[in-house]
Design a protein. Structure first.
Length: 76
């Protein structure tokens, strides 16, 4: 019984972590888009606006790696 409970906790933790990762990626894309729109309003071309926005954010993957993740509640 204890093993079954442990297995369910691990499985549930996996799905919650995947959901948090998806939500975080969506939020990062939203921030990127806001910076791009600001740059476009400032008169930049679309490619330059995206490039400058990525520079400002420090790159999406690099920014994701820099930010701390919530502590995991289940033992993996």
């Amino acid at each position: 019984m204890r093993r079954l409970r442990s297995w369910f906790l691990r499985l549930g933790g996996l799905f919650r972590r995947q959901q948090r990762d998806r939500e975080f990626s969506t939020e990062m894309q939203s921030h990127l888009q806001l910076h791009i729109e600001d740059n476009l309003r400032a008169g930049m071309t679309a490619p330059e606006a995206r490039r400058q926005a990525l520079i400002k954010l420090g790159g999406l993957e690099q920014t994701k790696e820099k930010l701390p993740r919530p502590a995991r509640t289940s033992v993996l």
